[in-house]
Design a protein. Structure first.
Ligand code: ATP
Ligand code: MG
Length: 560
């Protein structure tokens, strides 16, 4: 599967490496840590890694970076696999874990010790931090830095054998405590943690650190291009140091690109996790979440997400992308396939006083205005109907072309009606409109070709299906909640509104996750979640128009 992607700087490098014969084939990896669900930022990394391999006939590994036992969970592993597959990518038999390499990583650590390039340090974590120096001051050598190879080997083996407690000793690379790059100031390679690991159980009580495990896993798998986000730029010298001193048969090249940030959204797993555990959202797949699981449940099609990251592009510049751009991709992806249906979200009763009681007729409505091949459907019409409350206005301005007292409007696929009388309750709220229909004006029939300016949607009251419709809005109401001191303060209190809606009968067989357009309202799909068992629930995927566009542009511009 490929969506032809423009040639960004990474694709250019890959192209050149193939052309020059540096590599016969491309091998990439997507290396998530299974400590949360994947989000829109990961979509970018997935599409890039799997995309460049697909485009060049290469291969991609899905590798779980599971070097942090305790924080990681099988549930996340399952979810990540589901999400990558749903996006349309296939790792075939290349599903790996950093933990698959624990044995080889351990050997590599012993090799470094043998080369005099790693040592066991007895400083405490606090002391190590103190000795590390700062951005402006060099660090200081640990007094244990000059232990002999034999002593280091013996201590490291005893660490592995479980003779020490957590944090008592640490294996460090011996590089340069005065390096201007803090990552090169004798970084830790292995630490002691007496924790059961989700795949290796209690086989290990020492675990490799990320930089070491990641670099060597890339090398073991023959990764040609190790694509990561910009925060790893300062780690590249360390990445290359490991390759220089260990000389593995394959030498991967690390290339960094900028993270994808989406306005009105957070893409930190830690904060997303907080939203879930604090029950601010219903779960990782809450349709307001920027997670793949949330966006899928909401009804975003995978093609829209792939299209979105392609448009966002791969660059080295930091960017905050408008939510409107993602929503436009969703609209574009749904416009053609989604059949049209009628649904009333905030119902107002209309009684057609000149329509015989008990009579029902069937009108035909097009399933798609631009695609006759999608056919027509039957819609029941009767004396009592539901229309949208805001399609009626009592004191309407001249330019209001929907229903007003004494005014006329066309009911989609049916008749022109006139509003004769407005019924109100004791508080003055409009509860019912008494109207008359013009029997001569049925849509698609030869009758009168009388025209009125407005057309509205409706549902026959006797035939309507009741449903809860969930209207989602931005989860945050500031453009960049990532930079808020406390993201809680940036939450949009109105991000979810549930309404009791009336649906036309054809919606009875709508399938979970499959989008339909509610005419004039937006794209919707039946919810696939399980927080309202037995209830008929629809999610609003996206509105038909972008009501945020202007505001969002202003706010993002204001950010400079
Ligand atoms: P955390 O939020 O815990 O720091 P992470 O976002 O780095 O984690 P990982 O599971 O380590 O999550 O990410 C897997 C891959 O996805 C990494 O290669 C990472 O660079 C990439 N990635 C993560 N976030 C983004 C983002 N916003 N844009 C592009 N790529 C991303
Ligand atoms: Mg990470």
């Amino acid at each position: 599967m490929t969506d032809s992607a423009p040639r960004d700087f990474i694709r250019q490098i890959i192209h050149d490496d193939l052309e020059s014969g540096k590599h016969a084939g491309i091998v990439t990896r997507f290396p998530p840590e299974p400590n949360g669900y994947l989000h829109i930022g990961h979509v970018m990394s997935i599409c890039l890694n799997f995309g460049v391999a697909d485009e060049t006939g290469g291969r991609t590994y899905l590798r779980f970076d599971d070097t942090n036992p305790g924080r990681e969970d099988e549930e996340y592993v399952r979810a990540i696999k589901d999400d990558v597959r749903w996006l349309g990518f296939d790792w075939a038999d290349r599903l790996t874990h950093a933990s698959d390499y624990f044995g080889r990583l351990y050997e590599a650590a012993e090799t470094l010790i043998g080369l005099g390039l790693a040592y066991v340090d007895s400083l405490s974590a606090d002391e190590i931090r103190e000795f590390r120096g700062t951005l402006t001051e060099p660090g200081k050598d640990s007094p244990f830095r000059d232990r002999s190879v034999d002593e280091n080997l013996a201590l490291f083996r005893r660490m592995r054998a479980g003779e020490f407690g957590d944090g008592e000793l640490v294996l460090r690379a011996k590089i340069d405590m005065a390096s201007p790059n803090i990552n090169l100031r004798d970084p830790a390679l292995y630490r002691i943690r007496h924790v059961t690991h989700q795949t290796t159980g209690d086989a290990w009580c020492i675990y490799p650190m990320y930089d070491f495990a990641h670099t060597l896993s890339d090398a073991f798998e023959g990764i040609t291009h190790s694509l990561c986000t910009l925060e790893f730029e300062d780690h590249r010298p360390l990445y290359n140091w490991f390759l220089d001193v260990l000389q593995p048969p394959h030498r991967p090249r690390q290339i960094e690109f900028s993270r994808l940030n989406l306005a009105y959204t957070i893409t930190s797993k830690r904060k997303l996790n907080a939203l879930v555990t604090e029950k601010i959202v219903s779960g990782w797949d809450d349709p307001r979440m920027p997670t793949i699981a949330g966006m899928r449940r909401r009804g975003y099609p995978p093609t829209a997400l792939r299209d979105f990251v392609r448009r966002a592009g791969v660059t080295k510049k930091d960017k905050l992308i408008e939510m409107g751009m993602l929503e436009n991709c969703v609209r574009e992806a749904l416009g053609d396939p989604a059949p049209r249906r009628m649904a009333v979200l905030r119902p107002l009763r209309v009684v057609l006083t000149n329509y015989p009681e008990g009579q029902v007729e069937t009108v035909q409505a097009a399933n798609h205005p631009n695609d006759p091949s999608m056919g027509m459907r039957d819609v029941p019409f009767s004396r009592e109907l539901w229309i949208e409350q805001d399609d009626f206005m009592e004191d309407a301005p001249r330019k209001f072309f929907r229903l007003k007292p004494g005014g006329e409007v066309r009911l989609r696929a049916a008749y022109i009606i006139r509003c004769d009388e407005v019924v109100k309750d004791a508080d003055g709220n409009v509860t019912e409109l008494r109207c008359t229909y013009d029997a001569d004006t049925r849509s698609g029939e030869g009758g009168s070709d009388r025209k009125v300016k407005g057309t509205i949607h409706w549902v026959s009251a006797a035939h309507a299906i009741d449903a809860e419709v969930r209207l989602y809005d931005r989860l945050f109401n500031v453009a960049n909640p990532n930079t808020a001191d406390d993201f809680h303060e940036a939450l949009n209190p109105a991000s979810l509104e549930c309404v009791a809606a009336k649906l036309e009968p054809a919606l009875a067989d709508a399938e979970a996750g499959v989008a339909v357009q509610f005419e004039r309202l937006g794209y919707f799909c039946p919810d696939s979640g399980d927080d309202a068992p037995g209830a008929r629930v629809f999610n609003r995927i996206v509105t038909l128009r972008d009501s945020w566009a202007k505001l969002e542009k202003q706010e993002l511009a204001g950010q400079g």
